[in-house]
Design a protein around this ligand. Structure first.
Ligand SMILES: Cc1cc2nc3c(=O)[nH]c(=O)nc-3n(C[C@H](O)[C@H](O)[C@H](O)COP(=O)(O)OP(=O)(O)OC[C@H]3O[C@@H](n4cnc5c(N)ncnc54)[C@H](O)[C@@H]3O)c2cc1C
Length: 825
């Protein structure tokens, strides 16, 4: 008997592609069976059905690799559970390099893959050709072999997940279109459909390339845009057999896999073709776009180089299907900051089949626990703001993001499309002074300043890049005279109200219920004791706090504060980022320079470290916060935007004979690493607690009322030496460049990875902050007794671990000036 259409459910999932089915499957596995999945057409009929089905494990972030490793495990076991085949074949994969730079990438990836437990071998072109006999190998430099990779049949996999879901009692209903989302008091209440309304506690948007539109139904930002994505299927080719590994040739933008004795050949061309500018048709089901051989040409040409037999092989089918891409090529996961209980799992950038198992489980855990179970920041929905949803911007950006899959992943690679996007009031001034801009959270930020006659453009390389000397100059100025950094991109949040002090003190690990005019460096911790953010809280009045936090954390931190503040509390939060520019004046001459244009007392007694005052600067009135992110005397000047240019000019005039120099983010980054200052999302993550980070001194364990994460921290403290720790390293050899992501070895065994690194000109060598782990505990003895090395693309370089920061200004005056700790990133 046909079941009645439901009128309520605990969870409604919108979209029956592989992602929606995986979320449903994992919810039921976690015991939540009152789940209804709605699909407007038939299961897998959106994008999923025509995917090539490649499942490659390697990602640049360990937790992301972990998600796909779980996918491979699930896909290999699912048939035994459900009785429905998934087409999973553990055929392994090869990635080949045509250039030595690409080989460096492969070797770097191989080293970190090993640290993540992924089986990988660096092999010669000959060995690669033995594994893949139909390829031409003369132009190759080398390859890596990943025996754990594989391929699956996307439609079968989706059906198998759906069967597992139904077996545990959840409902999947096809041919139902969600037409609206019901909302009350900022919380989702259910969905409207073309067959009636369903009330629900939780709604999950897994609508693939329709997810942006579904988000707009309820004011939720899901920034994605479709692009055409193509592959061909050939007739039979001699030597191609069912066990042939997947082959990736990223320098040619292409991949291959076996299919019925022929090859599937597709790729990621450098300039993609956006699609769906006027919206995605609702009835775009099991549909394809027209063949586009012109767009495919660059892939075809490269494929002929790799597999010459293609010249004489018939092309049986051309698949051109649209897929959704995001502004940074990572998918979008999590609870929407704009609407409680509304979750999103979308924007899979042509990695949805590989990611579905892990991403589906991660989202299900997030729903059931109300929080992610691990650091998922690279895919967290809160990394985007509402301005990222601008359709014209998305259209221009996805032209680039599709190609990023196989583009050279230079360590400091910047995206170049759809820029400039957000500009500081000083943008033109800095541009005229030779700034080479990078981009973060949409902001154009000066990375480094070119000398007269030098091109302000970065030439990428794994060794020293063309800004090496520029950064040295900027660092030296900051350490010896003064540097000025435009940190306008920093997020500024104003938290006000009668209960603001109480609410913030519960959310922050340090005591922020301090006297007016005090600045406090603190973490915001989750229940596991891990860092949700690190920031500076400045008390402006009894009931008013200004928070300065990282540029990328605006939406995330505001969301964290809001969701951890009782709705009854008298507290408001306003993002005032656009209202203020931030100019950081840093260096031993900072006091003399600022002193020339302010009447404020800047002495240590009159303006001590970790205090904030409203002062006059030139004609402006601005906040000056005595903090440092570079380990020198200095002030962060928080200036109303319209006064920023005036303050900038006045400071330069005052600093002309005192060595004041414009400095960029590359210098800022290495100045902080030399000083051992940790940065959120690098050293400080939701998985790392203050004991592990070496920042327990910035936690106020005994403050009245406690704080979120205290219990977990106390347990961790009682457990003894942490099993992992952030440690500072320098390379013994002054030549090599470290970039971050490199493998760390102790006594020849992998123990961790570099989280941040740069060339420290003050120290005269590369300097790094790394996370090292040992089950027996990482105590002082473990660090001092070990022989450390850092693996640089297969070469091991001796490194020294530092228990104390190696950059230690000798002068007592500087020590008194600098203070501890420091301001936010
Ligand atoms: C040519 C090509 C090759 C690819 N190759 C690979 C590969 O080798 N490996 C890999 O990992 N990935 C690959 N992908 C990517 C992969 O196919 C996608 O990432 C994945 O299928 C996305 O799944 P999804 O569930 O998010 O979207 P979809 O499969 O599109 O599912 C979303 C569903 O939501 C439904 N829906 C939308 N709006 C509503 C509504 N209002 N009400 C009800 N239902 C709604 C749609 O009908 C649709 O079925 C490829 C993609 C393409 C185009």
């Amino acid at each position: 008997m046909a079941q009645e259409f439901p009128t309520q459910a605990r969870v409604v999932i919108i979209g029956g592609g592989i992602i929606g089915c995986s979320v449903a499957y994992h919810l039921t596995k976690l015991g939540w069976t009152d789940v209804v999945l709605l699909e407007q057409g038939q299961l897998s009929g959106g994008t999923t059905w025509h995917a090539a089905g490649l499942v490659g494990q390697l990602r640049s972030h360990a937790n992301m690799t972990g998600l796909i490793r779980y996918s491979t495990q699930l896909y290999s076991e699912l048939e035994a559970e459900t009785g429905l085949a998934t087409g999973w074949k553990n055929c392994g994969s090869l990635a080949v390099a045509r250039t030595s730079d690409r080989m460096t990438v492969l070797k770097r990836t191989a080293a970190s893959a090993r640290a993540q437990g992924v089986a990988v071998e660096v092999i010669s072109p000959r060995e690669a050709a033995d594994l893949w006999p139909v390829m031409a190998m003369d132009d190759l430099v080398g390859a890596v072999w990943l025996p754990g990779d594989g391929k699956a049949n996307p439609t079968d996999l989706t059906q198998s997940l759906a069967k597992g879901t139904r077996n545990r009692g959840a409902r999947i209903i096809e041919r139902v279109r969600v037409t609206g989302i019901t909302v009350k008091d900022g919380t989702v209440r259910g969905v409207e459909t073309d067959r009636g309304d369903i009330a629900a506690e939780i709604v999950v948007n897994c609508a693939g390339q329709w997810a942006r539109k579904v988000g707009l139904m309820c004011g939720v930002t899901v920034p994605l845009h479709s692009a055409e994505h193509m592959y061909i299927v050939t007739g039979k080719i001699e030597g191609v057999h069912p066990d042939l590994p997947v082959l990736r040739d990223p320098d040619g933008y292409i991949y291959f896999k076996e299919e019925v004795g022929g090859l599937v050949m597709g790729g990621f061309e450098p300039e993609a073709k956006p699609w769906g500018m006027n919206g995605i048709p609702d009835d775009f089901e099991f549909a394809l776009l027209a063949d586009d051989w012109d767009q495919f040409e660059i892939l075809m040409q490269n494929a002929l180089v790799r597999v010459p037999q293609l010249e004489t092989t018939e092309v049986r089918k051309f698949y051109n299907g649209p897929e959704s891409f995001t502004p940074d090529n990572n998918f979008i996961l999590g609870e929407a900051p704009e609407l409680r209980n509304f979750y999103v799992g979308a924007g899979f950038n042509s990695m949805g089949i590989a990611s579905a198992g892990g991403a589906g489980r991660a989202l299900a855990e997030w729903i059931v626990n109300g929080a992610p179970a691990m650091d998922l920041w690279p895919v967290d929905i809160r990394r985007f703001a509402r301005f990222n949803n601008n359709p014209r911007w998305l259209h221009d950006r996805v032209k680039e993001t599709l190609g990023l899959h196989y583009a050279m992943p230079w360590p400091n690679r910047e995206l170049h499309t759809a820029r400039p996007f957000r500009r500081s009031p000083l943008y033109d001034r800095l541009a005229s002074k030779g700034a080479c801009f990078g981009s973060k959270m949409g902001w154009e930020r000066a990375n480094w300043f070119a000398e007269a006659g030098q091109r302000p453009e970065t030439d990428y390389a794994f060794g020293r890049q063309n800004w090496h000397e520029a950064v040295k100059r900027e660092m030296n100025a900051t350490r010896q005279a003064a540097g000025m950094f435009d940190q306008t991109s920093f997020t500024k949040l104003l938290v006000q109200g009668r209960d603001a002090a109480k609410a913030l003190n519960r959310i922050c690990a340090a005591d922020v219920d301090v006297g007016i005019g005090r600045s406090v460096y603190t973490g915001m911790l989750n229940k596991r004791g891990g860092y949700e953010s690190d920031l500076t809280v400045m008390r402006l009045a009894v009931d008013r706090f200004l928070i300065v936090t990282g540029s990328a954390q605006a939406v995330h931190d505001a969301d964290w504060i809001r969701r951890n503040t009782s709705p009854d509390a008298h507290v408001t939060l306003t993002d005032v980022t656009s209202a203020y520019a931030v100019l950081a004046l840093m260096g031993p001459n900072a006091r003399d320079i600022l002193g020339r244009i302010t009447s404020a007392d800047l002495s240590n007694a009159g303006f001590p470290f970790a205090t904030i005052r409203e002062i006059d600067i030139g004609y402006a009135t601005a906040y000056a916060n005595r903090m440092t992110y570079v380990g020198e005397l200095g002030w962060e000047l928080i200036v109303p935007s319209e006064f920023a240019v005036g303050v900038y000019e006045a400071l330069h005039q005052a600093g002309r004979d005192l060595g004041l120099v414009d400095c960029g983010y590359y210098a800022l980054e290495v100045l902080r690493i030399e000083k051992g200052f940790r940065a959120w999302s690098r050293e400080l993550t939701p998985d790392i607690n203050p004991h592990e980070a070496g920042l327990a001194f910035a936690v106020s364990f005994d403050k009245p009322g406690g704080f979120i994460g205290r219990e977990a921290l106390m347990r961790a403290k009682q457990a003894g030496a942490p099993v992992r720790r952030i440690v500072q390293f320098t390379l013994d050899d002054p030549e090599p460049m470290l970039w971050g992501g490199e493998l760390i070895l102790r006594d020849g065994k992998p123990v961790g990875e570099v989280r941040s690194a740069a060339y420290g000109h003050t120290l005269g060598r590369s300097v790094a902050l790394g996370l090292i782990e040992d089950r027996g505990g990482v105590d002082r003895e473990f660090i001092v007794s070990g022989r450390f090395e850092i693996d640089l693309a297969g070469e091991r370089h001796p490194a020294t671990a530092h228990l104390k920061c190696p950059y230690d200004p000798k002068s007592e005056r500087v020590r008194a000036d600098v203070g501890e700790p420091r301001a936010a990133a």
